[in-house]
Design a protein around this ligand. Structure first.
Ligand SMILES: [Zn+2]
Length: 197
């Protein structure tokens, strides 16, 4: 039985392990650890908690402005920054891979930009570089080249040297020579017209 794509995981266990190591080695303020979340929720839900220092006072003010606790769903949300946006669900570091996995599956293995947009619209605490790191390891996308995000190599190839030469002949003298190597007549011709200016 062919099981090459059946039951394929978006991210393998080793991808997840490598990702968690990356989180430990590259900490970022925008990510939220479980401990950070506990502190935020404590400030939002405990009316008896009082700041004991100026630093804590500032931190509490920042938290009250930035986050809100949804009692009904028991969810920590980051308050929307502009009209038309939604409050976004706070994702702790341990859940980033799960959220990226689920969003990436629900948009049918969309590319980097589509998946990042969907994540950034609804979730807080995930970096764009985290999304790209994980999507590069997606097993399903790896099997389907048409779903692979377009890399810089593809973009370069889509604009052949001959076109760059037309865009700006003076800036690409090398490409003029290389491209015309098979045709000495046109080499002479283009050199003369260029030096004529
Ligand atoms: Zn994928």
């Amino acid at each position: 039985m062919d099981d090459s794509s059946y039951g394929l995981l978006t991210f393998t266990a080793s991808t997840r392990a490598a990702f968690h190591q990356r989180l430990r080695e590259n900490p970022a303020n925008r990510r939220i650890s479980k401990n950070d979340k506990d502190i935020v929720v404590e400030w939002l839900t405990n009316p008896y908690k009082r700041p004991s220092s100026q630093k804590e006072f500032s931190r509490r003010n920042y938290i009250l402005k930035t986050f809100t606790w949804d009692e009904k769903t028991q969810t920590l949300l980051a308050v929307r920054k502009a009209k038309g946006e939604n409050d976004r669900i706070v994702v702790t570091e341990d859940a980033i891979a799960d959220v990226v996995d689920s969003v990436h599956q629900s948009n049918n293995h969309g590319g980097w930009d589509a998946t990042w947009k969907d994540i950034n619209r609804s979730y807080h605490g995930i970096l764009r570089s985290d999304v790209i790191y994980l999507l590069k390891q997606c097993q399903v996308c790896a099997l389907n080249p048409s779903k692979r995000p377009k890399g810089s190599a593809v973009i370069e190839r889509s604009l052949p040297p001959i076109q760059r030469e037309f865009l700006d002949p003076l800036r690409y003298p090398e490409s003029v020579k290389t491209d015309s190597m098979g045709d000495p007549g046109s080499l002479t011709c283009s050199c003369k017209s260029t030096s004529g200016f």
